[in-house]
Design a binder for this molecule. Structure first.
Ligand code: NAD
Length: 261
C-alpha cells in the first residue's frame, strides 16, 4: 500500500479510464476524490467501494470541468477534507466528430474547456499545495491524438496536443520541487467515450458500424486490440512511485503501436 497517507483527485472518474485510476490509487491506500457526471446511486456505490478498498476515505465532488470556480473549490475541499492533493489526474474528456466546416462552435468551446482548460485550472490550484508539501504527481490523460491527427476531430486533437504542451511547460516549472508532471497517451480504450463516437464517425465517413470498428478504430493499432483502462491505470500508478521521480515532462504512449507507425 505505497500510497497510504496520500490523497488523489481524479477528474472524470465516474466512468471509464478515470474510474480505473481511482480504483488503482485506492487499492494502494490513497484517499480519493472522484468527480464527473452520472447516476447518483451508481456514483455513491463506486464511492463507497473506493472508501472500503483504500481504508482512507473517498469523496465525490460534482465540479463541472467547464467552471474554473468549481475546479478551485474542489481542490480546496480536497485539501481541507483529505489533505493534499498529492496526486491529481486531469482526465475528464468529451469527444465530438465532424468535418471542420460543420463543426459546431459550441462543441469546439466545450471540448477545449473540458479536455484542456480544466487541466490548466487544476494545475494552477494544486501546484502551490504540492510545492509546500515538496511532493506531487500531476498526470493528464492525453491521447494518441496528442501526437497524431484523425479527420473529424479538430477540437479533440487540438486540445490533446495542447495538453501535451501544458504538461511539458509545468514539468519545467516544477522540476526542482519534488513534483512530476506527465501525460499518458492511450490509443483506443473501450469506454463509453469510444462507443458514443461510433454513430458520428459512421455519419462523418459514410461507414457501417463494422467498418468503423475495424477500418478506423482497430486499424490504427498494430496490435489490433483495444487498450484496457486497467493498463492505463497501472502506468499512472507507476508514475506515482518513488522510482518514477525522474520521469517528468514525458508523454507516455500506451497505444498498441499506433504512433510508432
Ligand atoms: P468516459 O466517457 O468513460 O469518461 C469521461 C468522464 O468525464 C466521465 O466521468 C464524465 O462524467 C466526465 N466528464 C465529462 N464532462 C465533464 C465535465 N464537464 N465535468 C466533469 N466531468 C466530466 O471516457 P474515457 O474514455 O474514460 O475518457 C477519459 C479520458 O481519456 C478523456 O480525457 C479521453 O479523451 C481520454 N482518452 C480516451 C481514450 C479512449 O479510447 N477511450 C483514448 C485516449 C484518451
Amino acid at each position: 500500500m505505497f500510497l497510504t497517507g496520500k490523497s488523489a483527485v481524479v477528474t472524470g472518474s465516474t466512468s471509464g479510464i478515470g474510474l480505473a485510476y481511482a480504483k488503482a490509487f485506492a487499492g494502494e491506500g490513497a484517499s480519493v476524490m472522484i468527480n464527473g457526471f452520472g447516476d447518483p446511486a451508481g456514483i455513491e456505490m463506486e464511492r463507497a467501494a473506493l472508501a472500503a478498498a483504500s481504508g482512507a476515505g473517498a469523496l465525490y465532488d460534482p465540479a463541472d470541468m467547464t467552471s474554473p470556480d468549481q475546479i478551485a473549490a474542489m481542490i480546496r475541499r480536497c485539501h481541507a477534507e483529505l489533505g493534499g492533493p498529492d496526486i491529481i489526474v486531469n482526465n475528464a474528456g468529451i469527444q465530438f466528430v465532424s468535418p471542420i466546416e460543420d463543426f459546431p462552435p459550441d462543441k469546439w468551446d466545450a471540448i477545449i474547456a473540458i479536455n484542456l482548460t480544466s487541466a490548466f485550472h487544476m494545475m494552477r490550484a494544486t501546484v502551490p499545495l504540492m510545492k509546500a508539501a515538496k511532493w506531487g504527481r500531476i498526470i493528464s490523460t492525453a491521447s494518441a491524438h496528442s501526437l497524431a491527427a484523425s479527420p473529424g476531430k479538430a477540437a479533440y486533437v487540438t486540445a490533446k496536443h495542447g495538453l501535451a504542451g501544458l504538461t511539458k511547460t509545468v514539468a519545467l516549472e516544477t522540476a526542482t520541487s519534488g513534483i512530476t508532471v506527465n501525460c499518458i497517451s492511450p490509443g483506443y480504450v473501450w469506454t463509453p467515450l469510444v462507443e458514443h463516437q461510433i454513430p458520428d464517425t459512421m455519419k462523418a465517413r459514410g461507414m457501417t458500424r463494422e467498418q468503423v470498428m475495424n477500418d478506423v478504430l482497430l486499424k490504427a493499432q498494430p496490435t489490433r486490440e483495444f487498450v484496457t483502462a486497467d493498463q492505463v491505470a497501472a502506468l499512472a500508478l507507476y508514475l506515482c512511485r518513488d522510482e518514477a521521480r525522474s520521469i517528468t515532462g514525458a508523454n507516455l504512449s500506451i497505444d498498441g503501436g499506433w504512433t510508432a507507425a
